[in-house]
Design a protein around this ligand. Structure first.
Ligand code: HEM
Length: 268
């Protein structure tokens, strides 16, 4: 996990960040084309489906899968890795059991033995991008539905940026003894900094959605591209929308009412 840029600093971090930025820049056109093709496939679901749509499986997961294909393109020996990679983000969960951590460490070891070059390139992108992308896209769209319940997609003023992130905190190390809001922190302490919370204002959450400073998210550009085109896709849908569960649930879903009869779905 030490190869993940979020845990690095100084020159080592700059070098790793540069490597990932180059990789993303090189694949930018392919990635955008893959996202548009995927949204074309998904569009009928949002135009024609009456009933429940699971935003994770119908929208966020296929987009991520298409992005994974591009990130790993040219490496058709990597199929074995995709499943492991989808589990690796668990390593960042501070409440992970020792048993699970050992199992995931084993997976990382397998990757480092079978495809050592990916440890510095595709792997950090896949580990850091997966949950933030899928979770935040699904949750942000659910938030739009929640705030416009009963409206037709085509009538909704679709927000310019995602409004809700599942990345609620960033970890930072205190470099010199300091004090924040009257609370002393000594050098070397690791701090969990909350960057998004429902108790904060929309403006604050949106401003910090992709982090800030030297660790600003490298996937911001492609995520914003996708979000913009999701908005375009929904602008052609006359379906009425209603959220099915609270926004913080693991599987955000929405319900569509029949557009022909213009009726809304009754409350549960
Ligand atoms: C809506 C989607 C996304 C959100 C909300 C998001 C959020 C974040 C946040 C808050 C950070 C900063 C973490 C910190 O400071 O510790 C970050 C870093 C990062 N993200 Fe994203 N991310 C998203 C999508 C992606 C995607 C799609 C990729 C890759 C394809 C990606 C790759 C990265 C990388 C490599 C970093 C580390 C940057 C560094 O430490 O220098 N992210 N992301």
């Amino acid at each position: 996990m030490g190869k993940l840029p979020v845990f690095m600093r100084d020159e080592a971090h700059k070098e790793q960040r540069r490597r990932l930025a180059v990789l993303l820049a090189q694949s930018r056109r392919d990635m955008e084309a893959a996202m548009l093709a995927c949204l074309d496939d998904i569009a009928p679901v949002f135009r024609d489906t009456s009933g429940e749509i699971d935003l994770m499986s119908a929208l966020a997961a296929p987009l991520w899968s298409a992005m994974t294909d591009v990130i790993l393109s040219g490496r058709d020996d990597c199929d074995w890795m995709i499943e492991s990679v989808s589990e690796l983000p668990d390593l960042m969960n501070p409440a992970l059991s020792l048993r699970r951590r050992k199992a995931l460490d084993g997976m990382l070891k397998e990757v480092s033995e079978k495809a050592p070059d990916l440890l510095f390139t595709a792997m950090p992108l896949l580990v850091l991008g997966q949950r933030s992308f899928t979770g935040s896209i699904a949750a942000s769209l659910h938030q739009v539905a929640e705030r416009n319940s009963g409206e037709r997609w085509c009538d909704i003023a679709f927000p310019e940026t995602l409004g809700y992130s599942v990345i609620e905190s960033a970890y930072r190390e205190v470099l010199t003894d300091t004090e924040v809001a009257g609370c002393p922190h000594s050098a070397g302490t690791r701090l969990r900094c909350v960057i998004s919370d429902r108790a904060y204002s929309d403006e604050f959450n949106i401003k910090n959605l992709y982090g800030f400073g030297s660790h600003l998210c490298l996937g911001k550009q492609i995520s914003q591209f996708v979000w913009f085109h999701i908005g375009e896709m929904l602008a052609t849908s006359e379906m009425r929308v209603r959220p099915r569960c609270a926004i913080h649930c693991a599987f955000p879903a929405i319900q569509h009412a029949d557009r022909v009869q213009n009726r809304t779905v009754p409350d549960d």
